[in-house]
Ligand binder design. Structure first.
Ligand code: GAP
Length: 424
């Protein structure tokens, strides 16, 4: 299977099986926007849940936040996004198409071969208007990163949550960038979700925390079974305007090694700039020592959609005649599927239905299938990554045992009905 071919197969599977659909498809779509279908929504939810568990719930030094997408436009002046969040754009003299300058290796248009001219720096923030009057006074922006909402609430959290340095504020939410050239499926889109942590530390403690978070975030991917990842340090030219140092976690996609998460040392850039622009003192006072300082911040920032694609690419396997999505059970949309051996025997259907209901009542997402033959149902569940298939057959009616089939080995064993949830 060639690399291009693999991506095509994943795009096709994702569409056919309800993971990812092109946005506004019945109107011909819209570049850079995708919708996650029923199974994609489950996969995304499971990724976010695993992140929230590791970054917030399992720690006692990180709290969560859910801030508004639209903020006072002054936020983006202070953050440097109004002046600095832009990509250099080139335009073809002949066909007038525009491209990101870093994506055109020659001075020729990739579409028609015409001469390229430098157009201007293009700000990636989406503009909108707040209230019924459209004018410069009512301009606002859709956030290009979720981080700013965290800086806006730094003081609120310090004042209300009795947090002690070092501590973090985490947020999951939508971000919007009017990318010049959205591409590589859901890798670079114009609307996406971010999972961001701003971890505040005393200046001088930043290098330690930076290394710690690089390790923690790498381990998170490894524990969820993601192979083909590496760490890459960004050069000073590559870094964002706020960063003192950035290490990317990259995944080897079919279209090459690409960033899925960046861990940046944002120093005191944001709190300092927001203090200056707002006139509010955002420094932190240590209650025990009385020391007052502007904290530094370490920021692990990950994109849910990109991570989703990385897990799909990593999990996609062709074996003999079957396609298997070898997703980690924690991420799989369904944890198990339940079938009656045949659909035309009411007592079998009733038994399988009872098992299905009992498993669902444990809080697990369980699939039901009674179409076609068992072999087809297995293949169908393999393709969407369901780790186990449970079949109620004639023996189930006699002795209360079922067959349970493992996705990865395709092996079946018989267990008692009572053992199923323990097994899962
Ligand atoms: N607050 C820091 C920040 O936003 P970034 O490297 O620009 O840093 C962080 O973005 C993560 O967000 C990236 O690693 C990527 O996973 C995701 N991301 C950024 N732009 C994206 C886009 N256009 N489409 C999908 N995901 C994107």
């Amino acid at each position: 299977m060639s690399k291009e071919n693999k991506l095509e197969k994943i795009v096709s599977l994702a569409k056919r099986r309800g993971f990812i659909f092109p946005g506004s498809e019945i109107y011909g779509g819209i570049g850079g926007f995708y919708d996650f279908g029923p199974l994609g929504a489950e996969l995304k939810f499971n990724i976010k849940q695993a992140w929230w568990d590791a970054v917030v719930k399992e720690r006692d030094d990180v709290v969560g936040l859910s801030a508004a997408i639209i903020m006072n436009p002054k936020v983006w002046e202070a953050s440097g996004h109004v002046s600095g969040f832009s990509d250099p754009l080139v335009e073809c003299k002949k066909c007038r198409k525009r491209f990101r300058a870093d994506e055109t290796e020659t001075q020729k248009c990739p579409e028609c071969g015409g001469e390229l001219i430098k157009a201007r720096n293009f700000n990636l923030m989406f503009k909108t208007f707040v209230g019924p009057v459209e004018g410069t006074a009512s301009v606002a922006y859709l956030r290009p990163e979720t981080a700013a909402g965290i800086f806006m609430n730094f003081k609120n959290v310090v004042d209300t949550m009795r947090v002690k340095m070092p501590f973090g504020i985490a947020q999951i939410g939508r971000a919007f960038r009017n990318e010049i050239n959205p591409k590589d499926y859901v890798f670079r889109t114009r609307e996406f979700e971010q999972m961001e942590l701003e971890y505040f530390v005393k200046p001088g403690d930043d290098e330690r925390a930076f290394k710690e978070w690089i390790d923690k975030r790498t381990t998170w991917y490894e524990k969820l079974g993601l192979k083909n990842i590496r760490k890459q340090e960004q050069s000073p030219e590559e870094r964002a305007h706020y960063s003192k140092g950035t290490v990317d976690i990259e995944y080897e996609f079919p279209f090459g090694w690409k960033e899925i998460e960046g861990i940046a040392n944002r120093s005191d850039f944001d709190l300092k700039s927001h203090s200056e622009h707002s006139g509010q003192d955002l420094s932190y006072t240590d209650k025990e020592t009385g020391e007052k300082y502007l904290p530094y911040v370490i920021e692990p920032s990950a994109g849910v959609d990109r991570i989703c694609l990385a897990f799909l690419c990593d999990a996609y396997t062709e074996e003999d005649k079957r396609v298997v999505l070898k997703l980690h059970p924690k991420l799989a949309p369904y944890k198990a599927a339940v079938f009656p051996l045949v659909a035309n025997k009411p007592e079998l259907v009733e038994k399988a239905r009872q098992i299905f209901k009992e498993l669902k009542a444990t809080g697990l997402n369980i699939a039901w299938d009674d179409r076609g033959n068992i072999g087809k149902r297995y293949y169908s569940q393999d393709e969407i990554g369901t780790p186990y298939c449970i079949t109620a057959d004639y023996q189930t009616l006699e002795d209360g045992t079922v067959t349970i089939r493992d996705r990865d080995t395709a092996k079946q064993e018989r267990i008692s009905e009572r053992e199923i949830s323990g097994h899962l």
